[in-house]
Structures are given as C-alpha cells and as structure tokens.
Design a binder for this molecule. Structure first.
Ligand code: SF4
Length: 237
C-alpha cells in the first residue's frame, strides 16, 4: 500500500489508487455494510462504498484536513464532505471566503469547484462511530503523505479540522518535509497556529460536525475568521 501511494505521479493517479484500497479489514467491512444497508432517505441511491479521495485544486495553497468520510456523506457520494451536514457548513464558509464557486456540496456531479484549496481526510474510509483506530490512522497515512507531497510546490497553509486531524499532521512534517515535529506537540485548539521551517503553517479549527455547529461551539463567524487567516497566510486574495 505504501508503495502504491508512493508510485502515484499525480493527483488523478493517486485518487484512482486510493479508491481501490482494501488495507483495513474493519473499515472495508464497515464501508461496504453501510453501502449495502443504506439510510432510508437514500434507499434509492447507489452508495460509493469505497475510500474517498481528496478533492479540489491541484495547485492549492490551502489544504483542509478532516478526520474521515461520513458514512452517509462521502461514503455515499464519493466526494469528501459531500451530502452531509458537515459539508453544508464547510462549503458555505468556503463560498463566503471566495474559495468555492457555490455554497453547497450535494453530489459528485453538482458542479462544485474550489479555488486555491484542496480538502482531504486523514483516514480515507468511513469508520464506525467516526472513530478510526490508531492502527487504521497509521495504515492510511501514506495516502495523505503522498497527496501533500504532490501539492507541496504550492501548499502554504493547512487547516486541521479537529484534534484528530491536528495530530495526523505531525508525521507529514517528518515524511514529506523532512522537518522534525515540535516536541512537545503544540496542543490543538480553535485558532491554534504553528509554523516551522519549510513546512506549511498549521491552523486549528473545531471540526464542522453537527456536534459543534448545532451547539454553537463552532459558529459561521468563527469559520470565517479561520479562513480569512488561512488566506492571509497563504497569500490568497
Ligand atoms: S482507511 Fe485508508 S488504508 Fe484503510 S482501507 Fe481505507 S483507504 Fe485503505
């Protein structure tokens, strides 16, 4: 699997390769079970039921790093943060920031495009209860690392959505940039900022999950502030 990721010469190649990954037995079983049973509201739809590749610009200066696809969102539509409430909040914010051409993301053929931005997850398959194991996170890491390597020439800022994504970034520093991760690791927090060496700046942002957005822990204004900061650090107009 590491070799397959490393062999990918461009994003299209990587997207095709990751879509055909079966390295984690528990997650393969779960993504396929969800795709078979379905949610009642989507009974008539054909679920993707496979790993979900990254999405967005190949020359992105900003990347958004999430945890994993949602069972009935990305795992259904085949595009990350697409077809679920988290995506509704995220893409509305990206549209307000001028980084998305439309405020919604409902299906892989809905015409959505991103400017200067790429979105991907630390784990590419939907996990039960949104909780990948540490072993699954580590098994999936080469896909993330290769994707970052492919956009490295332009990438300036990474927005980590939640503590899991924040923690998943440190191994990228070592493997992709040859930068020793800081020790102790900076704590995750909304608005946390780390910069070091040749690596992109890292910004922390509460995850756009319903748990945070429905309770007001994460508001549209807070997201706007994070993306304004990301654009400033990335030099995006
Ligand atoms: S989580 Fe990652 S490594 Fe595991 S099966 Fe899915 S794509 Fe492959």
């Amino acid at each position: 699997m590491v070799a397959r990721a490393a062999r990918a010469t461009d994003l299209a190649d990587l997207d095709a390769a990751v879509s055909d990954c079966f390295a984690c037995p528990r997650l393969v079983a779960w993504r396929e079970e969800v795709a078979r049973v379905k949610r009642a509201a989507f009974r008539d739809q054909r679920y993707w039921g496979r790993p979900v590749p990254g999405f967005g610009a190949a020359d992105a200066r900003t990347a958004i790093l999430g945890l994993a696809p949602a069972a009935h969102g990305g795992n259904r539509t085949g595009r990350i943060f697409t077809g679920d409430r988290s995506g509704d909040v995220l893409f509305a914010a990206l549209h307000r920031a001028g980084l998305a051409n439309q405020p919604t993301s409902v299906a892989s053929d809905d015409g959505l495009t991103l400017r200067d931005t790429r979105i991907f997850a630390a784990v590419r398959c939907a996990p039960p209860d949104n909780k990948p194991t540490p072993a699954e996170r580590d098994t999936c890491a080469p896909w993330l690392h290769r994707e970052v390597a492919l956009i490295r020439p332009t990438l300036r800022v990474v927005v980590a959505l939640g503590a899991f994504a924040w923690a998943a970034w440190w191994p990228v520093l070592r493997d992709v940039y040859g930068v020793r991760p800081p020790s102790p690791r900076p704590a995750f927090g909304h608005g946390a900022h780390w910069s070091g060496g040749s690596a992109p700046a890292l910004l922390g942002c509460y995850h756009v999950s319903q748990q945070n957005t429905f309770t007001g822990r994460l508001t549209p204004g807070m997201l706007d502030d994070v993306f304004a900061r990301a654009k400033q650090l990335a030099g995006v107009d």
